[in-house]
Design a protein around this ligand. Structure first.
Ligand code: ADP
Ligand code: MG
Length: 411
């Protein structure tokens, strides 16, 4: 187990904890002040839920495979007080338009892209399950970047669900709660997402990443207690809009490969199965399947490496994941490749163990595993390389594994 209790590591850990604590305290202080300004009283309940980054296991979820996300120390918080009428008002400090809902009528989704659809969908999920949602005045504030590929949407849904639990003095079973939130995103935001984001936002434990089986929904908390290692998220600040058919096409290609191999999903295939079927597969379909089958294997191996604190091995698997996404699955882009190559050029001796694109691809974020003591030096070097090669600024932040949803006040 890679738990180093050297004096230096311990001090660094204490400093880090202090600053995380202050970050959340700062977010809460701003949120409380805004709440009192808007509603003229202090909140009775406060709930929070984290954003996330997927460490490895990309495009495996819809193939019934494994994913390996980690909660970020970036949170969405929801503050609330009861109202005396059957209405819910929600203000987000990130958007000028509040959500106003009457609980007397069925809850219909509003216009596409409206942020209020997420909490609306969560309330609808509770009503559908027979809970009586009370009248509420709510306010939302967040340190999770919105639309930046670290799942501010699941953080919002899960924080909202947690606030409702507190306000109704009920507790959903955690998996049920994650599924309710996923359904909210499907039905009210029109986004057919997998289960990863809501599961990690509900289930995360501090100091642990989550190995999640997207078929059985079984999961394991994988300790990542070594405070000498930190996760660095690098946002390329680009999002290439291609034709929009990339995602459905990839899914179809995966289904085709499984069908030709006569298997329920690519989860059930080995690389040997794939090789024996190669002559029957279109060459592109073959490469897509090779990514998925290899990635599922890498994800399981990476979880072991994290558990063992074998950061060099974990890093190699991250680089291999990136190469496979770039060459076989073809969902990377130049900006992501520049970040990953710059990380590789820095190397483990100067503090970078591994790096890969994370999320669906074609832009968004990369994730790197970095020695905590080298974080600021690494950030500077990556920023410089990215700027020199793309003329763009990368936005970065570091995180250790954060915590899952909780009632911060008023439990
Ligand atoms: P991601 O989940 O990667 O951040 P999404 O497009 O899935 O990106 O979700 C982003 C959307 O979620 C935002 O455009 C907004 O509608 C909604 N959202 C998330 N957090 C908040 C928030 N704190 N306040 C208002 N809307 C939010
Ligand atoms: Mg999202």
């Amino acid at each position: 187990m890679g738990l180093h209790l050297s004096a230096g590591g311990h001090l660094a850990n204490q400093r880090r904890l202090l600053s995380d604590f202050m970050q959340l305290e700062y977010l809460l202080a701003e949120a409380r002040t805004a709440f009192e300004q808007h509603y003229g009283q202090a909140p009775r309940w406060i709930a929070g839920a984290p954003g996330r980054v997927n460490l490895i296991g990309e495009h495996t979820d819809y193939n019934d495979g494994y994913v390996f996300p980690m909660a970020l120390e970036r949170y969405t918080v929801v503050l609330g007080v009861p109202r005396h009428d059957p209405r819910v008002r929600i203000i987000s400090l990130a958007d000028p338009h509040p959500l106003e809902v009457s609980l007397d009528k069925p809850l219909e989704p509003r216009s596409k892209g409206f942020w209020g659809n997420y909490p609306l969908g969560v309330m609808a999920g509770f009503l559908e399950r027979g809970y009586r949602v009370p009248g509420l005045n709510l306010l939302i504030h967040s340190s999770v970047p919105l639309g930046g590929g670290v799942s501010s949407s699941a953080a919002l849904e899960v924080a909202m669900a947690t606030l409702l639990e507190a306000a109704m003095a009920v507790r959903l079973e955690p998996v049920e709660k994650a599924l309710l939130c996923q359904q909210a995103e499907h039905r009210y935001a029109g986004m057919p997402c997998g289960i990863m984001d809501q599961f990690i936002a509900v289930l995360a434990q501090p100091g642990h990443a989550l190995l999640l089986d997207c078929r059985s929904r079984c999961f394991q908390q994988v300790p990542m207690l070594d405070s000498d290692v930190t996760v660095l998220v690098i946002n390329t600040q680009v999002r290439h809009t291609l034709t929009g058919s990339e995602y459905p096409t990839r899914r179809r290609q995966c289904e085709e490969a499984a069908r030709i191999m006569k298997l329920p999903a690519l989860r059930d295939a080995t690389l040997a199965d794939l090789e024996s079927a190669r002559s029957r597969l279109d060459p592109t379909v073959y490469r897509r399947a090779r990514h998925v089958i290899g990635e599922i294997q890498r994800t399981l191996e990476a979880a072991e490496a994290f558990r063992d604190g074998n950061w060099l091995r974990a890093g190699e698997l991250m680089y291999a994941s990136h190469a496979s996404l770039r060459d076989d699955y073809e969902v990377s882009c130049r900006e992501l490749d520049v970040v990953v190559e710059a990380a590789r050029a820095i190397g483990p001796d100067a503090g970078v163990y591994g790096c890969r694109m994370t999320g669906g691809g074609f832009g968004g974020c990369a994730v790197a595993l970095v020695r905590t003591a080298a974080v600021s030096e690494v950030q500077q070097r990556l920023a410089r390389a990215y700027w020199q090669q793309t003329g763009r600024e990368a936005v970065m932040f570091v995180s250790r594994p954060g915590r899952g949803a909780w009632v911060i006040h008023g439990a």
